[in-house]
Write a protein that binds this ligand. Structure first.
Ligand SMILES: [Zn+2]
Length: 155
């Protein structure tokens, strides 16, 4: 299938890493740190829908996670792996190698707010409880990959 047909079928379009960064920088220039909140909440909505779509196509939580990881490799978002997911304690880790949000960015701190929101929405759906993620490693600040820890949202 051609790239155009594949994108058309998925109701999507291509975006350069740099373009995403420019949008993010412009949001930051206009709104300051509130920009990150906007990106985070945009991600939560997208992540929730991503969960619903994949849960409808799969039978187990493992299959749903595998499908997300496989789709995101194809979409060039990065290579996502899940570690020690605990559906009772609402804990675990998510590693993202070559995270698209970090690839064209350089920063002193972690900066993957959209991806953090996306994974938060996805995992909250999967665990059927609200969770919070913390980005503890980020490729944009020189770490090997981006890494998120999962905790229950007690708010
Ligand atoms: Zn990152």
């Amino acid at each position: 299938m051609s790239m155009k047909n594949r994108l058309e079928q998925q109701n999507s379009f291509l975006f350069h890493f740099q373009t995403f960064n420019e949008i993010k920088d412009s949001l930051y220039g206009t709104f300051g740190v509130a920009a990150y909140t906007i990106l985070y909440y945009s991600g939560i909505g997208a992540g929730h829908r991503a969960y619903e779509r994949r849960a409808a196509k799969t039978k187990t939580k493992e299959e749903t996670l595998d499908l997300l990881a496989k789709d995101k490799i194809n979409d060039n978002w990065g290579e996502i792996t899940f570690q020690d997911l605990d559906f009772t304690k609402l804990s675990g880790r998510i590693l993202v190698k070559n995270c698209f949000e970090a690839r064209a960015a350089k920063s002193k701190q972690q900066i993957c707010y959209f991806v953090k929101g996306y994974l938060t929405g996805f995992i909250s759906g999967l665990m059927q409880k609200p969770v919070l993620l913390d980005e503890v490693k980020c490729f944009a600040k020189g770490d090997d990959h981006c890494e998120f820890t999962i905790a229950p949202d007690r708010s």
